[in-house]
Design a protein around this ligand. Structure first.
Ligand code: A3P
Length: 307
């Protein structure tokens, strides 16, 4: 089995891990070289018509929806799959590239499953054209900006292949400035939202809705994907993907990844809506809200910051 970026790093003791990467400006989007080094192959990636692209801004619930889709498609047909490989190997990360290791595109090319589930954090304008030409279905998950920023902060603290996060205040400022890996949250969520208006094959979901009623969101996914899973199957899946169960599941909780330091923060951290209230000061919140109104004034996209 191919190694992912994260398992690649598991072969390094922490002291010899590569230094944290710097942010770079890539066609107007902040990135690190891990996601741009393979650019030609990414742009020329050949999608298959039944591929399902899982697209998110980082920390919006990518792993959660990946696991749900993997179970919906394969838990009956290939029950061993759930215990054989971690989720990040079953659902390749399209744009990732680590020297001397199979890239996300190579890993996706090597998959013989049907459908292939492929994860991306790319903003809408950077999606390889073949996904549109082949009319692939896309599941996009969005999360409210405040919780998304908090989750991203803790992720960058504990993940050595991410840029140095700095303190919370400077991180939040960078988030507002769009200087994050994969660029501006504001551009990402609105860019996908605008495309969804004219594109029937994009299913736009919200993290907050999944927390509120996971079963309802699984039903919506089944309708979108044309799946006829039974109520019993869906109930089983709903149970497996609850936060506490995923947190205990080594194939879903990233605990096998040594590039992440769970002593700093676990990957499955809180899984809540509204945790931002434990991080934002009153002043930060006011400044954020004011800036948010300006940045989001031209979109119909609405988020909930509490449920
Ligand atoms: P927190 O850091 O707020 O806990 P991604 O997979 O896109 O990196 O997103 C990770 C975020 O999704 C983390 O948020 C994680 O805890 C949350 N998450 C993952 N699985 C979840 C689940 N089953 N229920 C609720 N939240 C979940």
């Amino acid at each position: 089995m191919y190694l992912s970026m994260y398992s690649f790093c598991s072969s390094f003791p922490k002291k010899t891990m590569p230094p944290r990467p710097d942010l770079l400006d890539f066609h107007g989007v902040s990135m690190t070289h891990y996601f741009t080094d393979n650019w030609e192959k990414i742009q020329n990636f050949q999608a298959r018509p039944d591929d399902i692209l899982i697209a998110t801004y980082p920390k919006a619930g990518t792993t959660w929806v990946s696991y749900i889709l993997d179970l919906l498609y394969f838990s009956q047909k290939k029950p061993d799959r759930q215990t054989s490989n971690p989720i990040y190997e079953r659902v390749p990360f399209l744009e990732i590239m680590i020297p001397n290791h199979p890239s996300g595109t190579d890993l996706a090319d090597s998959l013989d499953s049907s459908p292939r589930l492929i994860k991306t954090h790319l903003p809408i304008q950077m999606i390889p054209k073949s996904f549109w030409e082949k009319k692939c279905r896309v599941v996009y998950v969005a999360r409210n900006a405040k919780d998304n920023a908090v989750s991203f902060f803790h992720f960058d603290r504990m993940t050595y292949v991410q840029p140095e996060p700095g303190d919370w205040n400077s991180f939040l400022q960078r988030f507002m400035d769009g200087k994050m890996v994969f660029g501006s949250w504001y551009d990402h969520v609105t860019g996908w939202w605008e495309r969804k208006q004219s594109h029937p094959k994009i299913h736009y979901m919200f993290f907050e809705d999944m927390v509120e009623d996971t079963g309802r969101e699984i039903n919506k996914l089944c309708s979108f994907l044309g799946l006829t899973s039974t109520t019993k199957e869906k109930d089983q899946i709903n149970n497996l993907v609850q936060f506490d169960n995923m947190k205990k599941n080594e194939m879903a909780n990233y605990s096998t990844v040594k590039a992440m330091d769970f002593k700093i923060s676990p990957f499955m951290r809180k899984g809540k809506v509204g945790d931002w209230r434990n991080h934002f000061t009153v002043a930060q919140n006011e400044q954020f809200d004011e800036d948010y109104k300006k940045k989001m004034k031209n979109t119909t996209l609405q988020f909930r910051t509490l449920v």
